[in-house]
Write a protein that binds this ligand. Structure first.
Ligand code: ARG
Length: 258
């Protein structure tokens, strides 16, 4: 018993040390400035926000991040990884910043520091069946979502859903709906619009918002100096028309939070 207690205490102590060390290791804005480039991670499978055009990483968030970095006087080194690795990698100091359409949630804010939001959106219901439109209509249905997203979290809150099918990529969740393996797919409104436009023959229909959210980039927990500089850069592109131009190019609309 005593041994167990002391082991537990030691494990807790080690965990605390690792936590502190991870925070301490995160590169400050000054370190990054000296280096001249910021390392940014994204997924690259969430069009039109972050995706690959052939071998080239592109998208609304890629262009916004590059414009922000330019205001900060920095070049960008991009990393593309699976969605579930992104925030974890911040804690291990494998990159300086993540931009991958993360909604600001209380749970995530315990582990990372969010910047100001770069757009506002929400999760919508997409189906082939026009009778499924609202949260209520999801009762008894099988729903596809990307693992670890706010879509998964919010579908869990809907009562009487028959089954939630989780997919590592949002594109797999969409494919499950396209091939009738599920009744509905919940994803971002702009991702849904993009996919409906790209493939009108698929017969997908967009229903109601399930929830709305503010989307932001993230830095290592407590790296407030870096977050502050990113916020300044973001404010600058929101003010000088460059954000508006990028947003118009992708959405024919200005999607900043109002
Ligand atoms: N907005 C959702 C969330 O906060 C989904 C983000 C998905 N991003 C991606 N790159 N697949 O969880």
């Amino acid at each position: 018993m005593k041994l167990l207690k002391s082991l537990t205490r030691r494990a807790l102590f080690t965990a605390a040390l690792i936590g502190v060390a991870a925070g301490a290791q995160a590169r400050s804005f000054e370190d990054i400035k000296k280096d001249g480039k910021i390392v940014i991670a994204t997924e690259g499978q969430f069009a039109p926000f972050n995706f690959f055009q052939g071998a080239k990483l592109t998208g609304f968030e890629v262009e916004v991040a590059e414009a922000v970095a330019a205001k900060m006087g920095l070049k960008v080194e991009w990393k593309a990884l699976s969605f579930d690795a992104l925030l974890t990698g911040l804690r291990q100091d494998r990159w300086d910043m993540v931009i991958a359409s993360h909604g600001i949630t209380e749970e995530r804010a315990k582990a990372v520091t969010f910047t100001e939001p770069h757009y506002c959106s929400g999760g919508v219901i997409i189906t082939k069946n026009p009778a499924i439109k609202t949260a209520k209509d999801l009762a008894g249905k099988v729903i596809a979502v990307q693992t670890g997203t706010t879509y998964q979290e919010n579908v869990k809150k809907v009562s009487a859903v028959k089954e939630i099918k989780n997919f590592p990529q949002d594109t797999d969740a969409r494919a499950a709906l396209a091939s009738d393996r599920v009744d509905a797919w919940v994803t971002d409104r702009f991702v849904a619009l993009n996919s409906l436009q790209a493939n009108p023959a698929a017969g997908l229909k967009m229903g109601d918002f399930l929830f709305i959210e503010r989307i932001a980039s993230a830095v290592a927990k407590g790296n407030t100096g870096l977050a502050g500089e990113i916020n300044k850069g973001l404010a600058a592109i929101l003010a000088d028309g460059s954000y508006a131009a990028i947003s118009k190019k992708y959405f024919n609309d200005d999607i900043r939070c109002k």
